[in-house]
Write a protein that binds this ligand. Structure first.
Ligand code: FES
Length: 303
């Protein structure tokens, strides 16, 4: 029986390895680990981070929306270019409409790219590598659509159509890589979303009040879920989920200022009172706990 099972498992693994999706995933995994991209990654990242964007940076992250704005913005260029492609395939003279759609797509690509670059610059090394290739593919796609637009303006419609279809192909590849970035590597997802579902209900013991240092976040646990606990000079204790909603950084290793804890990884700031994300790149607030002290023991309950 065991031999039969192991033969079946081996055959299943072989089948998975030989499938197309397996090869695509293996290529993406190699890309995540490719150190050859690192010097380009570091140069571009420094440049993006050095841009004096001020509060606009949080607008680009989508903090006002509660989730990244980049996936929303890319709908416009992709939709416009796809529509232009459909018009190019239909019989009849629709070249003016198709040209207008290609132009709309080019104009809308700029804010979409800006939001993407802002998110990319605040991500982890494997995401930075994949994200750079995603951006490079999209830049080539935009260049092809720019060529398509120019060709159409000059009356060379056939050339414009060919360049447009080439652009759509490259943008499609870029979109697939972006899908890996968002769904496999979870860039843009709320990394603290599971916390309210994992902590036990009701008041839970967090530890001795006397053992908590004043004004310094420390890691404790509610059930098995790590939390960042902060004791204030007046004896109040604040408890937030420890995994930063941005990419899971440890808030218990963060720093305090102005009633907020600053994540050590990318600098998101969360209000101690209620976990509100007052500064990005985090777009989601941090799960917060009610606290009380009973007989010198701190207790916490998910809010
Ligand atoms: S993990 Fe990125 S700001 Fe916290």
């Amino acid at each position: 029986m065991d031999t039969l099972r192991s033969t079946a498992v081996t055959a299943a693994r072989r089948a998975v390895r030989s499938e197309g999706p397996g090869r695509v995933l293996a290529a993406m995994d190699r890309l995540e680990r490719s150190e050859r991209l690192d010097s380009a990654v570091d140069t571009v990242r420094r440049a993006v981070r050095a841009l004096p964007l001020g509060p606009v940076r949080d607008v680009l992250h989508g903090r006002w929306l509660g989730h990244p704005v980049h996936p929303l913005l890319v709908q416009v260029p992709i939709g416009s270019w796809l529509s232009a492609g459909v018009l190019d395939l239909l019989p009849g003279d629709r070249h003016r409409s198709a040209r207008a759609l290609v132009g709309v797509g080019l104009a809308a690509a700029a804010p979409a790219a800006a939001a993407g670059w802002a998110d990319w610059a605040e991500s982890q090394r494997p995401q930075l590598r994949v994200g750079l290739v995603h951006a490079a593919a999209n830049l080539i796609g935009v260049a092809l659509y720019a060529g398509s637009f120019l060709a159409r303006v000059r009356g060379r419609t056939a050339r414009g159509k060919v360049l447009g279809f080439a652009g759509m192909t490259v943008v499609g590849v870029g979109g697939a890589i972006g899908g890996h970035l968002a769904y496999r590597q979870a860039l843009g997802a709320n990394h603290a979303e599971a916390v309210p579902h994992l902590v036990p209900e009701g008041w839970q013991d967090v530890g001795d009040l006397a053992a908590l240092p004043v004004d310094q976040p420390v890691r404790r646990h509610v059930g098995e879920v790590p939390v960042a606990a902060v004791r204030r000079p007046d004896g109040t204790v604040h408890v937030l989920a420890d995994w930063c909603s941005h990419l899971g950084g440890p808030l218990s290793e963060g720093t305090l200022s102005d009633g907020c804890v600053r994540c050590p990884w990318h600098g998101s700031r969360f209000r101690l009172d209620d976990g509100w994300n007052v500064r990005g790149p985090a777009t989601a607030p941090q799960p917060a706990f009610d606290t009380r002290t009973v007989d010198g023991r701190v207790q916490a309950r998910i809010r």
